[in-house]
Ligand binder design. Structure first.
Ligand SMILES: *Cc1c(COP(=O)(O)O)cnc(C)c1O
Length: 464
């Protein structure tokens, strides 16, 4: 490669480094919610494509100049919207290497370094989460794809047990498969079902309790009337309340009826990595598959989720590419996920785990929970605010006395800029939700956020 190209590349990387450090340096003080909207940013980046190109440094500097007003302070300590983690420093830096290395990580034969790191990261995770160590771990973009990957595997496996080879015989005349789901399942379960050709009317929906946990008596009743192949979808961490299904009661019921048990644990699976919070997940390891994210609780940069399946043979049956046009080794990443060409997502996961260590992961989960408890206590002390959930884990949900006031407070928080949280509907009413998912959140961040919210509530009360 000629010197000019080498130089251009180095300058581009230097410019990206500068821009990244500059952005990260603004996190403490910049408004958390973006100041610009999509139209502003389309104007900034739009216009016709220039005829002439530019060197890497110029491109990066242009991006840095234009991008800032539309960026969200997600990696900072006061972004509490949705369920979104920050970025652990080792994972962030490792993620840069992933791009520089440009390893197409579907095959162990082609890219041994990144596939090994992914496999080891997977094994470390199984270990700290207390899941069977021989499970397959497929790294995908997030928990939506992890749910889809696990449920595809489950569908093929339960049909195979019913004597139907889906790969050979296809879906059309297959035995009727039922998905059994909780009333408070995450929307990604419905989407996965849709991708798999399971209609909304075909879901068997089990009642939940007031925290969104599936009720064992209701599951018992639904399964007593169900026949044919069954997949029961349970949940570790309801998005609004953070509540965990009672696995010790539910899984034996599902298994008595021959069902495959899947656990959506996008952020909740990680409770198992904390000694004090592990009881929330009691009995969970008896399931057949588990879906989770590394980009939420583990604070790996986007995107990174994991599809975990107890018996790797089930994963292979669903995903291994037939024929001999691809190279085979023992267990390639493309044997356990729908993807072929792919980013080396295991590398930042390995780096986050290595950077934190076993104790660091456990401490991180504990701290997220402590932050949630502190936030809930401080919010509850504000006149007019009612906390709606039992704060067992990382989620805090609250409201004012009316839907309108609650929604208005949510909008005012984003505009005020100190913190970001997002809205929710709970029990037919508007609520606001605060998710503790970032390693970067400190007590000071919580104090600043509570002070800002208190100010806004007082202002609104005075205006009335
Ligand atoms: C976030 C979330 C998902 C979807 O995960 P993505 O990473 O956004 O694809 C699924 N289930 C639960 C419970 C979640 O919180």
């Amino acid at each position: 490669m000629d010197d000019d190209v080498t130089e251009d590349r180095a300058r581009g990387l230097d410019a990206a480094h500068r821009a990244a450090v500059d952005f990260l340096g603004t996190l403490d003080d910049r408004p958390v919610w973006p100041r610009a909207n999509l139209d502003d940013m389309l104007d900034a980046f739009g216009g016709p494509l220039a005829d002439e190109g530019a060197d890497a440094e110029a491109v990066i500097e242009e991006i840095a100049r234009l991008a800032d007003p539309g960026l969200v302070a997600i990696p900072g300590g006061r972004f509490f919207g949705f369920v979104i983690g920050g970025t652990h420093p080792a994972a962030l830096a490792a993620d840069w290497l992933v791009s520089a290395w440009d390893q197409n990580s579907g095959s162990a034969t082609l890219t041994p370094t990144t596939v090994a790191m992914e496999r080891v990261a997977g094994r470390w995770m199984l270990d700290i989460l207390g899941l069977p160590d021989s499970s397959s771990v497929g790294f995908v973009t997030g928990c939506q794809m992890a749910n889809f990957t696990c449920l595809t595997t489950a569908r093929n496996a339960v049909l195979a047990r019913a004597g139907w080879d889906l790969s050979e015989q296809g879906i059309r005349d297959s035995p009727r498969l039922r998905f059994v789901v909780g009333a408070h399942r995450h929307g990604s379960i419905d989407r996965a079902a849709r991708f798999l050709g399971i209609g909304r009317q075909e879901l068997l929906i089990v009642d939940s309790d007031d925290q969104g946990r599936m009720r064992p008596d209701a599951l018992e009743r639904i399964l007593a009337d169900a026949s044919g192949p069954l997949i029961v979808c349970l949940q570790a961490g309801e998005v609004h309340t953070g509540a965990f299904d009672d696995f010790s009661s539910l899984i034996p019921i599902a298994q008595e009826h021959g069902a495959w048990v899947h656990v959506d644990g996008a952020f909740g699976l990680w409770a198992a990595a904390s000694e004090s919070l592990r009881p929330l997940t009691a009995g969970m390891a008896a399931a057949d598959s588990w879906a989770t994210d590394a980009h939420k609780t583990l604070n790996v940069p986007y995107d990174c989720g994991m599809a975990i399946v107890r018996d790797p043979a089930d994963s292979i049956a669903a995903f291994r590419t037939g024929g001999d046009y691809l190279l085979y080794t023992s267990l390639d990443p493309w044997d356990v996920t729908p993807e072929l060409s792919r980013r080396a997502r295991g590398v930042p996961a390995w780096a986050a785990l290595r950077g934190l260590g076993r104790r660091g992961v456990s401490d991180l989960i504990d701290r997220l929970h402590e932050n949630a408890a502190a936030m809930a206590a401080s919010l509850a002390a504000i006149d007019g605010i009612r906390v709606l959930n039992e704060v067992d884990y990382t989620q805090v949900m609250f409201r004012l006395d009316s839907d309108d006031a609650t929604t208005a407070l949510g909008e005012a928080v984003l505009l005020e800029g100190t913190a970001a949280l997002t809205g929710a509907a709970w029990d037919g009413h508007a609520a606001l939700r605060c998710s503790m998912s970032s390693w970067a959140t400190t007590r000071d961040d919580i104090d600043r956020t509570v002070a800002a919210i208190r100010g806004l509530v007082v202002q609104a009360t005075e205006r009335r």
